[in-house]
Design a protein around this ligand. Structure first.
Ligand code: IMP
Ligand code: MG
Length: 185
């Protein structure tokens, strides 16, 4: 396994900028959801670091749950249309104010499918909080109610986002130099 220094093109968002923006999002969410039944739904696995930091910046009582989705046609870096639930929520969401916590919205297919799937369970409300938004790549129109950063159309890794499942632990968002990255078998 390569050390990330071998293929890091640039640090797009340093750790302190991520944390600063997440503090702002947390404050905004705390204001907007005051008196509501806030239920954070983290989309695994990419959203896990974001959830952990975001919830510590939310000052109002709330609950959390997790779900995982996978796109039909495994192994692809790009989603193509509909996704299926790989791991479902533990709790029911009826009468809850669901806020989906996602690492990145790219084509938009993943989050649009999740919104569609969960809507059938009658949450009181459902909104989307995404750390990163690759706006240029959007193929389906899905409203992002809370957005950390707009980023260019580059493959990124770190802070929950993986490169072939590794490097999720890094505290920053980096871009990959494809000429220097050697995927494992
Ligand atoms: P979408 O369905 O095209 O919006 O893709 C969203 C999913 O693709 C995210 O939840 C990520 O898992 C993955 N993804 C998209 N872009 C990147 C990236 O630059 N790095 C790592 N994962 C990505
Ligand atoms: Mg993801």
């Amino acid at each position: 396994m390569q050390d990330y220094h071998d293929f890091l093109a640039e640090i797009l968002i340093p750790a302190d900028e991520l944390q600063g923006r997440i503090a702002e999002l947390g404050a905004e969410i705390s204001r907007d959801y005051a008196g509501k039944n806030l239920h954070l739904v983290c989309i695994l696995r990419g959203g896990v670091l974001f959830l952990a930091d975001l919830m510590r910046q939310i000052s109002i009582p709330h609950t959390i749950d997790f779900m995982a989705v996978s796109s039909y046609g495994a192994g692809a870096r790009q989603t193509t249309g509909q996704v299926r639930i790989a791991l479902d929520l533990k709790e029911e969401i009826q009468d809850r104010d669901v806020l989906l916590v996602e690492d990145i919205v790219d084509s938009g297919f993943t989050i649009a499918s999740v919104v569609e799937l969960l809507s059938t369970r009658h949450p009181r409300s459902m909104q989307v909080c995404a750390l990163l938004d690759k706006v240029e790549r959007r193929e389906v129109n899905v409203p992002i109610n809370y957005r950390g950063f707009v980023i260019p159309d580059k493959f990124v890794f770190g802070y929950g986002l993986d490169l072939d499942e590794y490097y999720r632990n890094l505290p920053f968002i980096g871009t990959v130099d494809p000429n220097r990255y050697q995927p494992n078998e």
